[in-house]
Design a binder for this molecule. Structure first.
Ligand code: HSE
Length: 444
């Protein structure tokens, strides 16, 4: 039997506690699998006094995660604190400088400092593993690193935020209000400490930035991603999409194009018969289009204590087996700069919701603006003013003034540049109340 693998675990929130439970529940299994024990020798968290139950064995308490990261009692530092800077970054750097392997689930930190930390890990000859940082329990990093290593990846996409998918599913299936569904996701432990990271699309963009780097062999370029959240999605959009045979999803998409890498996180409409439409609740999915493997879709739980702990534990298993790989699959020295493509050149069809004033000529003016930009329409639906859902503002917002009705347009293929121009002109014409809603339709 080899020496036990010793862990220092910093952060005992949802994921940290999930890991402690997993290591305790599966101690005999891991020992058989690895030929050595996996032992937590030190822990650190914000509050020492919180009741945390069993599973800590003889682990020592550290008030300071950096002290834990440096302490000689562990050879692997597991960072589950979160936050893109601050103690998480200081502790990871300290661990790497001390030539310790590091496991983290911290996508925000990796999206900002991943390459610098990977360089440091490579220089020190240690691992920096982050399977749990992307899509929770789905083993997408190992999939790209191992099974798809010999492919050129053309496109990677996915439902990468469980909280948003949970909210959109609740809004669709149960007519629930946005805030109500968000509260439930928070209570269930899916949401980030600051849920604006989830609903604003930033959490999904952090994950997409890592996927781009892993799939395309580029440096991490979070700023190259166009990000839109789900805050603007209303029950009117959900209902209209459903009636037209679509489902609303927050999707991350990155594709290699002749103009560079097109990368975006935004709400999209997918056909109700698409596999993506079946991905409901906190479930995530990641699609990979490899030049030899073809199209693959991995589906699984994207958040929550157990799935995320499972991913963290898989990184620990790699280290216990002596597997040390470049953190971003390829050595950092060969990663190329990510060259972003302009989203304006995207060609596809679009959903548009306009709150149109009930006046003669309003629709004609709108049609003219569309036609001026050679945007051709597949369908036009004018809605009757509908009932208001409990707990949700009427759409468009109630108030005195001229009546307006929702008009839903679905376009044929057109460029995003043409759509933006047409919608800007429509808004400037003053025939619509508020801003036009535009949602990309994805044929995935
Ligand atoms: N807040 C994240 C989500 C957790 O909802 O997907 C996992 O990264």
């Amino acid at each position: 039997m080899s020496e036990p693998l010793t862990l220092g675990v910093a952060g005992l929130g949802t994921v940290g506690m999930g890991l402690i439970q997993l290591l305790s529940a599966h101690a005999p299994r891991l020992e058989k699998l690895l030929g050595r024990q996996v032992v937590v020798t030190g822990v650190s968290a914000r509050s020492r006094d919180k009741a945390r139950g069993e599973g800590f064995g003889t682990a020592r308490w550290f008030d300071d995660p950096v002290a834990l990261a440096k302490d000689a009692s562990n050879t692997v530092f597991v960072e589950l604190i979160g936050g893109e800077d601050g103690p998480a970054k200081a502790a990871i750097e300290a661990a790497l400088h001390a030539r310790k392997h590091v496991v983290t689930a911290n996508k925000a930190l990796l999206a900002k400092h991943g390459i610098a930390l990977a360089r440091l890990a490579e220089a020190q000859g240690v691992s920096l593993n982050f399977e749990a940082a992307v899509a929770g329990g789905i083993p997408i990093i190992k999939m790209l690193r191992e099974a798809l290593a010999a492919n050129r990846v053309r496109r990677v996409y996915g439902i990468l935020n469980g909280t948003c998918n949970f909210i959109l599913t609740k809004m669709t299936d149960e007519n629930r209000a946005f805030g109500d569904a968000l509260r439930e996701a928070q209570e269930l432990g899916f949401a980030e400490a600051d849920p604006s990271f989830d609903i604003g699309g930033f959490d999904a963009a952090h994950k997409l930035s890592l996927l781009i780097c892993l799939a395309f062999g580029t440096t991490v370029a979070f700023d190259a991603i166009h990000v839109e959240g789900i805050e603007g999605i209303t029950t009117a959009d959900i209902e209209a999409a459903t009636e037209l045979g679509y489902c609303v999803k927050l999707l991350g998409v990155a594709a290699q194009t002749e103009h560079g890498i097109e990368a975006r996180v935004s709400p999209v409409l997918v056909a109700e018969e698409s596999a993506l439409a079946e991905v409901s609740g906190v479930t995530n999915c990641v699609g990979i289009d490899g030049d030899f493997a073809g199209n693959l879709l991995l589906v699984g739980p994207g958040a929550g204590a157990k799935p995320t702990a499972s991913a963290v534990a898989s990184d620990i298993v790699d280290i216990a087996r002596g597997l040390v790989m470049p953190p971003f699959i390829r050595p950092t020295a060969v990663l190329e700069p990510a060259r972003p493509a302009d989203l304006a050149s995207r060609l596809g069809n679009y959903y548009v919701r306009l709150s149109v004033y009930d006046r003669p000529g309003a629709m004609a003016a709108i049609m003219k603006r569309m036609s001026d930009e050679t945007v051709s329409l597949e369908s036009i639906v004018q809605k009757k003013p509908g009932p208001v859902h409990p707990g949700q503002a009427a759409e468009p917002p109630p108030g005195a003034g001229e009546a307006a009705v929702n008009v839903i347009l679905i376009t044929h293929d057109t460029t995003e540049a043409a759509m933006r121009k047409a919608l800007k002109a429509i808004e400037d014409d003053g025939q619509v109340k508020g801003r036009p809603q535009m949602i990309r339709i994805e044929d995935l």
